[in-house]
Design a protein around this ligand. Structure first.
Ligand code: ATP
Length: 250
């Protein structure tokens, strides 16, 4: 008799993760997991701990305690896995002004272990999918803010990561690009990519996410599938959490 196949671990698992910043708790005892093909919207008011959480997921900040597991492995112990499995677009996409868009993609590809024809194919595929051909030979220093954001997204996607971590990805994008981003994220999710997306736009969450998590004062206050009644229900939940404990102005 064949033994049952063990279930594969979630793409991402945060286990009791905490982190202080400037001596104060920024994220406390956070537990969260994400399966392949899920798109999770991470919400919270300013200072709630969203960027700190994403930076820990991306390995840019080390938790004070707890573990971040990628595909079941603590990636502090497996940095190579993190390089392969994770794509990260931070709040402002880091770029080198004196390199072209194409050079950025090549540098990112090499950092992720791509080379030769594999690198060229990955570069050309992401340029085509994100419609960046016209910008390919431009210096990053002369790109508009929205164009730089698309460059950052292309760098995060280049190596086809299992987990895509996006911090306010629609920032500076025009309405056409916002819709293109939504379509792209749904397409990636349908292909099995897990996406975690921090945003202040509730409409972005209802448009692309299938689950929503709300952080408040560094703790997870809500984690559930998106309601069928969408925007209004989400707005109420968000405001109930954001306003709890606040005294009304006289
Ligand atoms: N570089 C830093 N140094 C010190 N404290 C920081 C730093 N970055 C963030 N913090 C603090 O950590 C806490 C969480 O901040 P974080 O940036 O994670 O929140 P956020 O939810 O992403 O906020 P926003 O929506 O404004 O981007 C806040 O109290 C913030 O002041």
């Amino acid at each position: 008799m064949n033994a049952p196949k063990p279930a594969s671990p979630p793409v991402l698992k945060l286990e009791d993760v905490s982190r202080h910043r400037a001596g104060r708790p920024a994220v406390s005892h956070l537990n969260l997991s994400l399966e392949a093909g899920q798109v999770l919207g991470l919400l919270g008011i300013n200072g709630a701990g969203k960027s700190t959480t994403l930076a820990m997921i991306a390995g840019a900040l080390v938790p004070d305690s707890g573990a971040v597991r990628l595909q079941g492995k603590d990636f502090l112990e497996y940095p190579e896995l993190a390089r392969q499995a994770l794509g990260w677009l931070p709040e402002s996409a880091p770029t080198w002004p004196e390199l072209t868009l194409r050079e950025h993609l090549e540098a990112h590809g090499r950092l992720r272990g791509l080379k030769g024809d594999n690198l060229k194919q990955a570069r050309d595929a992401v340029v085509a999918r994100l419609e960046l051909k016209e910008l390919e030979r431009r210096l990053a220093g002369v790109l508009s803010q929205g164009q730089r954001q698309r460059l950052g997204l292309a760098c995060a996607l280049l190596h086809r990561p299992a987990l895509l971590v996006l911090d306010e990805p629609a920032n500076a994008l025009d309405p056409v690009q916002v819709v293109a981003l939504r379509n792209l994220l749904r397409e990636l999710a349908a292909g099995g990519t897990a996406v975690i997306l921090s945003t202040h736009q509730l409409g972005e969450v209802t448009a692309v996410c299938d689950r929503v998590a709300i952080l408040h004062e560094g703790t997870l206050r809500y984690d559930a599938p998106l309601h069928a009644d969408g925007h209004a229900a989400l707005e109420k939940t968000f405001f109930d959490i954001a306003m709890a404990g606040r005294t009304q102005a006289a």
